[in-house]
Write a protein that binds this ligand. Structure first.
Ligand code: ZN
Length: 411
């Protein structure tokens, strides 16, 4: 695939530039490149970003909201009950069909990488088998990373450890845990030890649903970060949610921050879903229920944003569009300075790439020619005006496109 992409703004650059793609890879980047007979794409001064990355979603539960009933309380825990009932009716084709639909939707919004958690507290591992097949089927268009996610616990679920080990044997990319859902504090710690050991044994990544609760005493994170630090695994370990951190007292948070910096672990925040699910037991003042994104970022820690749920028991809405997630995240974390807004694409591009441990990512000579064009000159305008992704290229091939939005105002 040889292309010459003219006149784009790479990552909010003030000036436009050209990009040459040779055999599916970026080969030259600079202004006014000579034409070597390639197909020419006119970028029309548009924003060019590396592909968007969904760093935390549950594709196995996507598009099931209302089945067999709706989550009327809006709590995480009613969501888990509803899903437990829906899980009984899972079939291989049901999962594959919903995953295919959700991923095609994500592709429309410029997403090319997806880390999906898959519930493995199911003796048949139905969803996992389906997701492993989908990872192969989609590989040319979307990279799926699969996390073995013990939705109902590791040490608190019958044969939880055995199921996690089977998932590792079957070829997942990462090992999960859910310490705040385990029966006891002891199980919380032992389940984290087990998860880190298992990941180490199989050479896998770690991504834990960590302290997704408003309980300020939920402190799985310190255990996870300590294990990551002591084993030198930090860059391969992710703490998702960490919403309890919202409620930690500042003295504890400051002590914890040192450990987090030493460990170098990654964080994923899911601002839309956690503002919806958390603080349901509060009257007023009502907490926001989102981890300390601003403080972690300022302390040099890597944070990315995820959608978490798309039309399922934990989120009745959601399209998969990460623009909505970033917009909501900026509001709720009060990161609304102009430079903060301009930089915020990093929550769903470079920061997420670091979380997923991707190499071969980014608009640089030598890398795979993966990029998206927004119908806006900068990320600021793209966010403000909900600009569509007009083109998503992977290895120099167009995998999704949209026409720019046209509006008429009749006055
Ligand atoms: Zn999740």
């Amino acid at each position: 695939m040889n292309l010459l992409v003219r006149n784009v703004r790479i990552e909010n650059a003030a000036d436009t530039t050209d990009i040459r793609i040779t055999d599916g890879r970026f080969s030259e980047i600079g202004p006014f490149l000579e034409h070597h007979g390639e197909e020419i794409i006119d970028g029309a001064g548009r924003l060019c970003l590396p592909p968007l990355i969904e760093s935390h979603v549950h594709l196995d539960t996507a598009l099931t909201a209302g089945e067999p009933r709706w989550n009327e309380s809006g709590t995480l825990f009613e969501g888990i009950e509803v899903w437990s009932d829906r899980k009984k009716f899972l079939t291989h084709d049901d999962v594959k069909d919903r995953v295919r639909r959700a991923v095609r939707q994500q592709a429309r919004f410029g997403i090319q990488y997806v880390r999906t958690h898959v519930d493995v507290t199911d003796p048949d591992l139905t969803a996992l088998h389906a997701l492993l097949e989908m990872r192969e089927e989609l590989a040319d268009h979307i990279t799926l990373q699969i996390v073995a996610f013990p939705q109902e616990g590791i040490d608190s679920f019958p044969d939880g450890r055995g199921l996690m080990r089977r998932a590792a044997d079957l070829g997942v990319d990462a090992i999960g845990a859910i310490p705040h859902f385990e029966f006891t504090r002891e199980y919380s710690v032992s389940s984290l030890d087990f998860a880190v050991d298992l990941a180490d044994e199989f050479g896998l990544l770690v991504d834990v649903h960590c302290d997704e609760i408003d309980d300020e005493a939920s402190r799985g994170l310190e255990t996870l970060a300590t294990r990551a630090y002591e084993r030198g695994m930090g860059s391969r370990v992710t703490a998702s949610h960490t919403t309890a951190m919202h409620s930690y007292n500042n003295a504890y948070f400051l002590r914890l921050l040192r450990l987090l910096q030493l460990s170098g672990i990654n964080f994923v925040s899911n601002p839309m879903v956690n503002t919806h699910l958390q603080a349901r037991t509060d009257t007023y003042p009502k907490r926001r229920g989102v981890t300390r994104v601003k403080e972690l970022t300022e302390a040099g820690l890597n944070v990315s944003f995820g959608q978490d749920d798309i039309v399922d028991p934990w989120n009745p809405l959601g399209t998969g569009n990460l623009r909505d997630v970033v917009l909501n995240g900026l509001y709720v974390t009060q990161m609304m300075g102009h430079q903060q807004i301009l930089d915020s694409h990093r929550f769903v591009t470079h920061n997420a790439a670091r979380t997923l441990c991707l190499d071969d990512y980014g608009i640089e000579p030598g890398n795979s020619a993966d990029f998206v064009l927004f119908d806006a000159p900068t990320w600021y305008e793209a966010l403000s005006f909900n600009a569509p992704v007009v083109a998503s290229y992977r290895g120099g091939r167009l995998i999704a496109s949209a026409t720019p939005l046209e509006h008429d105002v009749h006055f």
